[in-house]
Design a binder for this molecule. Structure first.
Ligand SMILES: [Fe+2]
Ligand SMILES: [Fe+2]
Length: 301
C-alpha cells in the first residue's frame, strides 16, 4: 500500500473512533475507564517527526513563520507536559490506564520533536531550553496539564482554522501540523473522562479536598494566562519581539487580528465541536471552556 494511502488511513483512524460494544456506559465504571483508555490507544497516529517533509516556504511565508513569537514557549510547554504526564503515569497501578497515560506523555514528547524539527527546518533560533523538573505533586502536575490543555486547545482550534482560511501560513505547512492539533483534541477528551472517572472512584472523604484542589488548579491556570497576556502587552509596547510563552495569547495577536472577538469565539466553538465529533458519543466532552466561551459570547457582538 502506498505511503499516502497509509497516512490517509492513520489520519482517519485518529479522528474517528467508537467502542464496538453498544449499550449504555456508566461514567466511573470499569467499562468507562476501558473506553477512554482504548480511545486514546487506538487512535494513536504513528507518524515519525524525523521523516516529516517540511515544505519549502516563500520568503514572505518564511518571515511570517520565523517572526511568530511562540516557538520557545511551544517547545518548552511540550517538554514540561511530557514530564508531568510521565510522572503521573508512574504513580498508576492499573496497567491499561498506565499504558494510556504513557502514550499521552510520549505524544507530548513527539510534539516537542515535531516542533524542534520545524524550528530547525526554518532556521528559527530558540533560547536555551530550561530543565524540566518533575512536578512534586504528580496529581497536580497532571491536572494542570489536562485543564491547561482544555483552555489552550479550545483557542488553538479556532486560531489554527483562521491561519488555514486566511492563508497566513501556506496550506502545506498547515497540513503538516494538523495531526498535532487533533492530538491535543484527543488528549483533552481523554483527560475530562479520566477526571470524571477519578472523582467517582474516590472515597467520599477525599472528594471535598479534590474539589478544592481542582479549583486551585483553575485559579493557577487563569493567573498564569493573565500574567502571560500582560507580559505580551508590555513587550508589544516596548517593541520587544522576544519569544512569548503562550500560544493562545500571542497566537491570537499574530493571526487573529482580522477577526472580531465574536467571530473568533464562534469559530473556536465550531472547530471544537468538529474536532470532537468523530469520537464515541458515550464519552464525555470537555465542557467548561466551551460553556464559558458561550457566556462571554452573549455579551459581545
Ligand atoms: Fe502537546
Ligand atoms: Fe496534549
Amino acid at each position: 500500500m502506498s505511503d499516502v494511502l497509509l497516512q490517509g488511513q492513520a489520519d482517519h483512524a485518529m479522528r474517528n473512533w467508537s467502542h464496538p460494544d453498544p449499550g449504555h456506559i456508566k461514567i466511573g465504571s470499569r467499562a468507562h475507564l476501558e473506553m477512554f483508555c482504548d480511545m486514546l490507544l487506538e487512535t494513536h497516529n504513528p507518524y515519525k517527526p524525523a521523516v516529516i517533509d517540511w515544505p519549502a516556504l516563500s520568503p514572505d511565508a518564511l518571515e511570517r513563520v520565523t517572526s511568530l513569537p511562540i516557538w520557545d514557549m511551544a517547545v518548552q510547554k511540550e517538554g514540561s507536559a511530557s514530564i508531568s504526564v510521565e510522572t503521573f503515569a508512574k504513580t498508576i497501578d492499573d496497567p491499561l490506564l498506565r499504558r494510556a497515560l504513557e502514550m499521552d506523555g510520549n505524544e507530548e514528547l513527539r510534539h516537542k520533536a515535531v516542533l524542534s524539527k520545524l524550528v530547525e527546518a526554518y532556521g528559527i533560533t530558540l533560547s536555551p531550553e530550561p530543565d524540566y523538573p518533575p512536578p512534586t505533586d504528580p496529581e497536580w502536575g497532571w491536572m494542570a496539564i489536562g485543564y491547561g490543555e482544555c483552555i489552550d486547545s479550545f483557542f488553538a482550534f479556532g486560531l489554527f482554522e483562521v491561519a488555514r482560511r486566511s492563508g497566513y501560513f501556506p496550506p502545506e505547512l498547515v497540513e503538516t501540523f494538523e495531526p498535532v492539533i487533533q492530538e491535543e483534541g484527543r488528549h483533552i477528551l481523554f483527560f475530562v473522562n479520566w477526571a470524571a472517572w477519578y472523582r467517582r472512584n474516590m472515597p467520599w472523604w477525599r472528594r471535598p479536598w479534590f474539589a478544592l484542589k481542582t479549583a486551585a488548579v483553575w485559579v493557577h491556570l487563569v493567573r498564569e494566562r493573565i500574567g502571560i497576556a500582560k507580559g505580551v502587552d508590555k513587550d508589544a509596547v516596548a517593541g520587544d519581539a522576544k519569544q512569548d510563552t503562550n500560544f493562545t495569547v500571542s497566537g491570537t495577536g499574530a493571526v487573529g487580528d482580522a477577526l472580531g472577538l465574536a467571530q473568533m469565539i464562534d469559530l473556536c466553538l465550531e472547530e471544537n465541536a468538529r474536532r470532537m465529533a468523530g469520537y464515541d458519543t458515550r464519552l464525555l466532552r470537555p465542557r467548561i471552556v466551551p460553556f464559558l466561551a458561550r457566556v462571554v459570547r452573549k455579551f459581545v457582538r
